[in-house]
Design a protein around this ligand. Structure first.
Ligand code: FAD
Length: 388
């Protein structure tokens, strides 16, 4: 299957096509084989390589800070994630986290904050992280307990964050904490916390099925100058949701990249595996499985790039982004599972491409809004518009 076929769709212009093809060629030459046992070192190297290659520019906003454009363009982020995920899940992770981790600064930072962080993020010289989740506040973000009390021109952070991607290797964390301007979601603020700030410690490194840097953070009397607050006090929840709104569709794109790779691998194996006097692909049952996989890939691509295109037109994409994430992540899990089946025993051998994909896809159905959360969003949007 041609991984560039969709670049002719009306969602894209000529620059998108050039960008995706150039990144594909670069990834094939530079990151395809980055799968070492030291995941921290791999990740640092990937961020640096992406930065030096100029590929992180779409992940931040503001040309004067090294961004590709003055506002983040969803289609470019999605094309980058789809392409990188097809080659290497950790490269996609490295790209995505530079964007998600600095997204709040791109969207709502002061010119000083942008100048201090974004150019280093784009060059791959500073690793970014986004610290929202807590042990008791995952899907229910507004239940967060990590608190920041203002004393003079500082905020003092106390509490915990968990599941923080890049935790342990990040140079800075965008941390959301309860500041109490109002009850619930309206009493949360966002702060940029440099990794070497006294009072911030990496309390635990967390190993997951598709290894990447992940940690629980602990804040004890951690003093942050108020000049490091992003936006006004009490605006943190809104800033977090705006950031996730930009990046949610890109999770669908990463899942699409994983699914495309799985289909590619399955086609290769089915047409070369000799059995019963022919090859596996001769059998109609295999063809049916491949057909289902290909149709899922195409429908995920349509939903993903429809949401990305609509967002780039300035439209609200609450329903469309939720549909894209739901369908692309759940669909990719099915496609990858079918690819493992095509490979037989070889499909479950450690570090085979389809075995890696099988582990890599799983968390995408949970983070940035689990599948059930996306279903609830879509249901709510449908009912909102129902006035029979
Ligand atoms: C690999 C990985 C990386 C992550 N990186 C980051 C990061 O960088 N920064 C960050 O802040 N967070 C990060 N997270 C956290 C992630 O966003 C949370 O795991 C996610 O929001 C779910 O929260 P939870 O794990 O506490 O699950 P819970 O909130 O306990 O939910 C458990 C399950 O309940 C179900 N569920 C949830 N809501 C409903 C509902 N309303 N109705 C029915 N069922 C429901 C879903 O199936 C969900 O999976 C990461 C998580 C993972 C796994």
């Amino acid at each position: 299957m041609n991984p560039f076929e969709h670049l002719d769709w009306p969602f894209f212009n000529a620059q998108h096509g050039e960008f995706a093809r150039a990144l594909d060629a670069w990834a094939a030459a530079n990151v395809a084989d980055h799968h070492g046992s030291d995941v921290d070192a791999e990740c640092r190297a990937l961020v640096r390589a992406l930065g030096q290659g100029g590929w992180l520019a779409p992940a931040v906003a503001g040309r004067e800070y090294g961004g590709a454009a003055d506002a983040i363009e969803t289609r470019s982020i999605c094309l980058a994630r789809e392409t990188l995920a097809r080659h290497n899940g950790l490269a996609d992770f490295a790209f995505a986290m530079q964007g998600l981790g600095s997204g709040a600064i791109s969207l709502a930072g002061t010119p000083q904050q942008k100048a201090a962080y974004l150019p280093r993020v784009v060059r791959g010289e500073a690793i970014a992280a986004f610290a929202l989740s807590e042990p008791q506040a995952g899907s229910d973000v507004a239940a967060m307990q990590c608190a920041a009390r203002v004393e003079g021109d500082h905020a003092i952070l106390d509490g915990e964050k968990t599941w923080i991607s890049n935790g342990g290797i990040a140079d800075f964390y965008v941390v959301f904490a309860r500041t109490g301007e109002a009850p619930g979601a309206r009493g949360i603020s966002a702060f940029i916390v440099d990794a070497d700030t006294p009072g911030l410690e990496i309390a635990e490194r967390i190993d997951v099925i598709a290894p990447h840097p992940l940690a629980r953070l602990k804040f004890t009397n951690c003093r942050i100058p108020l000049s490091q607050r992003i936006g006004a006090g009490g605006e943190g929840f809104k800033i977090a949701m705006r950031t996730l709104d930009v990046f949610r569709t890109s999770v669908a794109a990463a899942a699409l990249g994983f699914a495309r790779r799985a289909l590619h691998e399955a086609l290769g194996r089915a047409t070369s595996r000799k059995m019963f006097g022919g090859v596996l692909a001769d059998f109609q049952l295999t063809q049916a499985s491949l057909a289902r996989m290909a149709t899922t890939v195409e429908s995920s691509a349509l939903l993903t790039y429809r949401a990305a295109w609509l967002r780039d037109q300035g439209r609200t994409v609450t329903r469309e982004a939720a549909m894209a994430k739901l369908e692309a992540t759940e669909g990719a899990q099915r496609v990858i599972d079918a690819a493992v089946q095509v490979f037989g025993g070889l499909g479950v051998v450690s570090e085979q491409p389809v075995e890696r994909l099988y582990r890599e896809i799983r968390a995408l159905r949970i983070y940035e809004g689990a599948t059930e959360v996306q279903q609830l969003i879509i249901g709510r949007e449908l009912l909102k518009g129902w006035n029979a």
